[in-house]
Design a protein around this ligand. Structure first.
Ligand code: GAL
Length: 318
């Protein structure tokens, strides 16, 4: 295994790992990110035990480049079946519900990926500790990769990959603890994928200037592909055709979408594409590929930078 390359302090260096305040490799895999006040919180898959669940690692940052490890927001627990040592738990995402509780959403799996359920945990603080509640197949559907979105009116949504039907956007109950209805279901662009028609995975949504941008990855496991996006003026659709947002053939600069983070500053709003460059045999060292993403008039475009920063006060990318 080749030694990881570390990002220099204080900058985002796509393909290089972030170190936390103790110099350890930050476990920002399949990460969920939210801003509360002037602090960004990130919840990532701790890959210390490879793909088996160790915990959801929580970090904070004010510049999206310097990360402080705050401990496990949710830890493996052999007394809770869903959090047991044989479980795989991926893509932890958090929303603050209108009742101000922090709700964590999880892809809860078995070793053979047949469990395919959506899990919930709650906490009073962003960093937890979270209390695990339960898992289910939302409205009876299989649920693997997930994303979350909260609209300006506080309504929460979970995005979920269901390869039998497509990529669902589910509306959540007011307390965010239950799935209430399917808002829309989209299918991947036509391809010769062995599954035939199916939905994209690793989903993410952001809203900008009245338009929703939905991002996702083709189903190629740990391997990367040209991720796609579609737009709509309502989460219910109709969604536009899917298009790439990075140079065709670059496999999204060799990464898979995890989230897109809005940085709403005093001068401008910027968007940070947060992706994973998985190393199948060494998931722990999988590198973040985080890049500025331009959203303008319905067009999403990712630009490569060796090193960059975003001023989270003004929103300006350098
Ligand atoms: C990918 C998915 C990852 C992980 C991986 C396992 O398709 O996006 O989160 O589940 O498969 O092979």
């Amino acid at each position: 295994m080749s030694a990881p390359e570390f990002a220099p302090a204080g900058v985002i260096a796509p393909g290089k790992v972030f170190r936390d305040q103790e110099g350890k490799v930050a476990q920002l895999h399949g990460v969920g990110i939210q801003q509360f006040g002037d602090t960004f919180y990130a919840w990532g898959e701790d890959k210390t035990n490879g793909d088996r669940f160790t915990g959801v690692a929580c970090y904070s940052s004010t510049d999206l480049a310097t990360w402080t490890f705050l401990g496990h927001a949710l830890a493996a627990d052999e007394n809770i079946e869903d959090l047991g040592p044989d479980r795989i738990i991926e893509r932890p995402k958090v929303l603050q519900a209108p009742d101000s509780r922090y709700v964590m959403f999880l892809h809860v799996e078995s070793g053979d990926y047949s469990y395919a359920r959506l899990g919930w945990a709650v906490a009073d603080r962003p960093e937890g500790p979270y209390t695990y509640l339960r898992s289910e197949r939302p409205l009876g559907n299989i649920s693997r990769d997930i994303g979350v979105f909260q609209d300006e009116d506080g309504t929460g949504y979970v995005l979920s990959e269901d390869r039998e039907h497509g990529l669902h956007i589910y509306r959540l109950s007011a307390d965010h603890l239950a799935v209430e209805e399917i808002v829309s279901t989209t299918l991947a662009p036509p391809s010769d994928h062995p599954l035939g028609s199916h939905g994209l995975e690793s989903p993410a949504v952001v809203k900008h200037e009245g338009l929703y941008y939905l991002f996702g990855s083709e189903l190629t496991g740990w391997d990367t592909n040209d991720n796609q996006y579609a737009t709509a003026t309502s989460l219910a659709g109709p969604w536009s055709e899917w298009n790439g947002f990075a140079p065709a053939g670059s496999c999204t600069f060799d990464s898979q979408t995890s989230v897109v983070v809005p940085v709403r500053g005093t001068e401008t709003t910027s968007f940070v594409y947060v992706g994973d460059r998985w190393i199948r045999e060494d998931l722990f060292h999988s590198a973040p590929v985080w890049l500025p993403l331009t959203l303008k008039d319905g067009v999403a475009e990712l630009q490569w930078h060796e090193q960059w920063t975003v001023d989270t006060v003004t929103g300006v990318v350098s």
